[in-house]
Design a protein. Structure first.
Length: 79
């Protein structure tokens, strides 16, 4: 029981770390788009926000696809 719990916890931790790193990369990309004066220009801020949301959406979609392989690894290791 403890070994199975450790396997599940390890997989979840790795998944969360990857997701967090990807989200941080999205934030970094949005920050890289920012230039002085952008915060006073709604149109430019919309572009930055749109790029951030697009990146986050792609990150979420790609990580959703990682859930089934993660489940399969967990089941293979628990048996």
């Amino acid at each position: 029981h403890q070994q199975a719990n450790a396997i599940v916890q390890n997989e979840i931790n790795q998944f969360q770390n990857r997701l967090n790193r990807s989200m941080q990369e999205c934030q970094d990309k949005a920050r890289d788009l920012m230039q002085p004066g952008f915060e006073n220009d709604a149109r430019k801020m919309e572009k930055v926000e749109s790029a951030l949301l697009s990146c986050i959406s792609q990150t979420v979609e790609s990580h959703i696809k990682l859930l089934k392989p993660m489940k399969d690894r967990i089941l293979a290791n628990v048996k």
